[in-house]
Design a protein around this ligand. Structure first.
Ligand SMILES: *Cc1c(COP(=O)(O)O)cnc(C)c1O
Length: 458
């Protein structure tokens, strides 16, 4: 015990310890993820072919699998310094409550107005848009964290922002919209009548409550048809995982200081950006054979892309307008149920993580939402942070691993990503507290239906 208490509850690195470069895990992967394809030609997409959609420097980052370290622009670092380094926390109280011999660490990314890790990439993407002399950006948001993060970043760099917000979230989380508007973003409920894609969907199904896939289609349509605008995405893409590597790099520095190394690294996985960022340096060690941590992705049982999806080429959006990515997917036509973890309701998964999972470097588990909120409540009580429903998926898995250690007596070191806070998810907490929360698990027949929407490519 006396030995243990040497490790602080919260370790903050100093400002000058923030890494000045992002780390590109692809440079160390033995095999690369399959190339993104141009849906028109079926051929690997080239950088110029991405220019109509993405900023040039981001298009470059998207396809660059060779540059190991990428300099973080000075202006981005300056903004990082406002809310980074984020703390690495030791969950002493939770460990004690669980009676586990395991050591539980979490990297807390919720200490900024967006309430999540999303700001790490939003700042980078807004910076490159400004650098290219653009007028503005378009994007989608599900739960609202990405839209909020990007609204902050856009307003800082003086860019316009149009956010297509999944209709069900737009209705459930009016205050998310209010924050985005405070940062001068324009927020539109998706599907909307402002795009061809949106109008087509509404014509067929006027009550459509929206999905991330549909919101992406709308945002892309507006970007490619508006002069001076580009589309930006908050997850899934290689460039986003690159920016999020800041999470893992800081964690690695902090753990080194403590003389610790994780036996298990756990993160929730929606599109894979926080997990990809957190695990980057640990996955590098694993690929090189220097270390062998277990790496675990946690997803909702209601949207199980890794655990029940297919590894196939698919569109990143419902309107089938984006490039094709080889990934674990439920099919772009998948209609997720009303699970409260809006940020985990995406049909696909980062191609980088998909490849690593496919090649056996990573495990995946799925958890049901009532079990997730039980973990969230326990965590809130003993660690005094009200976690986001998304993050609570990782908490659930970390607690389960710690309880296994209690049975076996193993003193494992568990690290998980606490991606954000849940202050805008009180409807969900309320349902959990009054016992009306339910678990939605798609049937095999449901999945077959959405697999049928997969494009016919090898
Ligand atoms: C968006 C979000 C996630 C899921 O996105 P990833 O790209 O998989 O990281 C997880 N937690 C929070 C708090 C989020 O906002």
């Amino acid at each position: 015990m006396s030995n243990q208490t040497k490790i602080p509850h919260r370790l903050y690195l100093s400002e000058d310890e923030i890494p000045t470069q992002w780390y590109n895990l692809r440079a160390d992967m033995k095999e690369q993820p399959d190339a993104m394809l141009n849906p028109g030609t079926g051929q690997p997409i080239t950088e110029p072919e991405l220019y109509p959609v993405f900023c040039e420097k981001l298009a470059h980052q998207e396809l660059d699998s060779e540059t190991r370290f990428v300099d973080i622009p000075e202006d981005v670092l300056e903004l990082y310094k406002i809310y980074r380094p984020s703390p690495l926390c030791r969950a002493y109280n939770l460990e004690k409550q669980l009676g586990t011999p395991a050591k539980i660490y979490y990297k807390f990314e919720g200490n900024n107005t967006s309430g999540s890790h999303k700001l790490n990439s939003a700042i980078a993407q807004a910076y490159y848009a400004k650098d290219q002399g653009l007028k503005g950006m378009t994007t989608e948001t599900g739960a609202g964290q990405w839209g909020t993060a990007l609204a902050e970043a856009a307003s800082y760099f003086g860019l316009d922002l149009v956010v297509y917000m999944v209709k069900v979230s737009y209705q459930q989380k009016p205050f998310r919209k209010a924050i985005m508007e405070t940062f001068d973003a324009k927020v539109i409920a998706s599907p909307s009548d402002t795009t061809n894609v949106g109008r087509a969907i509404l014509e067929e199904d006027p009550d459509n409550s929206g999905s991330l896939g549909t919101a992406i289609s709308e945002a892309v349509e507006v970007a490619v048809t508006s002069e001076g605008y580009k589309y930006v995405l908050g997850s899934v893409l290689n460039q986003v995982l690159l920016h999020q590597s800041i999470i893992g790099l800081e964690t690695e520095i902090a753990l080194n200081k403590l003389g610790e190394y994780p036996d298990i690294v756990i993160g929730c996985a929606g599109g894979g950006s926080n997990l990809g960022g957190l695990i980057a340096p640990f996955m590098r060690d694993k690929i090189k054979g220097d270390r062998n941590p277990r790496i675990v992705a946690v997803e909702p049982a209601s949207c199980p892309s890794l655990t029940r999806g297919k590894y196939a080429y698919d569109f990143c959006d419902t309107g089938k307008t984006t490039p094709l990515a080889k990934m674990y997917t439920l099919g772009a036509g998948f209609k997720p149920s009303a699970n409260h973890a809006g940020g985990l309701r995406y049909h696909g998964m980062s191609p980088i993580l998909s490849k690593l999972y496919h090649d056996g470097y990573m495990e995946a588990v799925s958890v049901e939402q009532t079990a997730v909120f039980e973990a969230a409540k326990l965590f809130a009580k003993y660690e005094t942070i009200l976690p986001a429903p998304e993050s609570s998926h990782a908490i659930r898995a970390a607690i389960d691993e710690a309880l296994k250690c209690k049975e076996t007596g193993e003193e494992k070191t568990i690290l998980f990503g606490l991606t954000g806070t849940g202050y805008f998810d009180m409807v969900a907490y309320e349902q959990f507290n009054n016992g009306t929360m339910t678990d939605h698990i798609p049937s095999d027949a449901d999945l077959e239906k959405s697999f049928a929407t997969l494009p016919d490519i090898g």
